[in-house]
Design a protein around this ligand. Structure first.
Ligand code: UD2
Ligand code: MN
Length: 259
């Protein structure tokens, strides 16, 4: 759980290709998997995550890539729109079939927690130390989840409208159910995570509008998501351990300016 320098992580994982890509040389992976990490000012967490995740994913013999999507200051953080951007940008690189949406502070504990996709969207972070390794509520869908490319398109991705903390995960959970799918979960002893301890970030205050937004999912979901996504790509870098994507998000009310 201690941060390790990016150089040391690279040295310990010599098989990782630029952009944080890997595929096994002695077999063909079942799935091509993109790991999307929403990010702002958490370098300490990113070091802990990459130091744990790269070894695990290699042992799982995945054909994978890690994408870190950073949102430019000063706009209030918007985790869900970064997921949509990661989905779109990763597909420009490679024909990924499966998307894992991974919080930067969630560190998997068990190698058997497979980073792949299923017939229905899946919640991977079933038991997190922060919640005493218990699911906080039956419809929880936070931390780490997986959806296939087709499932993402079917639900129109994540909402773009949740600025600040909360309920963006409940929004996509509802989209999944409103499209006749159910969320699957593995056993709690496998879906175990440690969350790096942190305080609420200064640019991610509680979203006061989250309850209202959530009430409107059904009517909003067909027009708020992948099909209404707008952002400004500021930088795209192939870093040794991950692909880095730096974006500016238009604030609500200013949506037209970046189209
Ligand atoms: C919970 C959820 C999380 C998300 C969030 C509400 C669980 C286990 N976790 O986590 O999935 O739904 O509530 O938005 O249910 N981030 C940054 N920089 C920032 C702010 C956020 O990188 O300044 C990213 C980072 O990947 C972080 C994630 O967004 O892990 C979620 O934010 P959080 O860790 O502050 O939220 P938390 O722990 O309450
Ligand atoms: Mn957290």
């Amino acid at each position: 759980m201690e941060p390790v320098s990016f150089e040391d992580i690279k040295r310990h994982n010599p098989q990782i290709k630029p952009g944080g890509r890997f595929h096994p040389l002695d077999c063909k992976s079942r799935q091509r998997v993109a790991i999307i990490v929403p990010y702002r000012d958490r370098e300490h967490h990113l070091k802990v995550l990459l130091n744990n995740l790269h070894p695990i994913l290699q042992r799982q013999q995945l054909d994978y890539g890690i994408f870190v999507i950073e949102m430019a200051m000063p706009t209030t953080f918007n985790r869900a729109i970064l997921m949509n951007i990661g989905f779109k940008e990763a597909l420009k690189d490679y024909d990924f079939q499966c998307f894992i949406f991974q919080d930067v502070d969630h560190i998997p504990e068990n190698d058997k927690n497979l980073y792949n996709c299923h017939n229905s969207p899946s919640h991977l972070a079933v038991s997190v130390d922060k919640n005493n390794y218990k699911l906080p509520y039956p419809s929880a869908f936070g931390g780490v989840v997986s959806l296939t490319k087709d499932q993402m398109i079917k639900v129109n991705g994540w909402s773009n409208l949740y600025f600040g903390w909360g309920c963006e995960d409940d929004d996509i959970y509802r989209r999944v159910h409103l499209h006749g799918m159910k969320v699957s979960r593995g056993p709690a002893e496998i879906g175990r995570y440690k969350m790096v301890k942190h305080k609420r970030d200064p640019t991610n205050h509680v979203n006061k509008d989250r309850g209202n937004l959530l009430k409107g999912v059904r009517t909003r979901m067909t027009k708020d998501g992948l099909n209404s996504l707008t952002y400004e790509l500021l930088k795209r870098e192939t870093r040794p351990l991950y692909a880095y994507i730096y974006v500016r998000i238009p604030v609500p009310g200013d949506m037209k300016s970046h189209q």
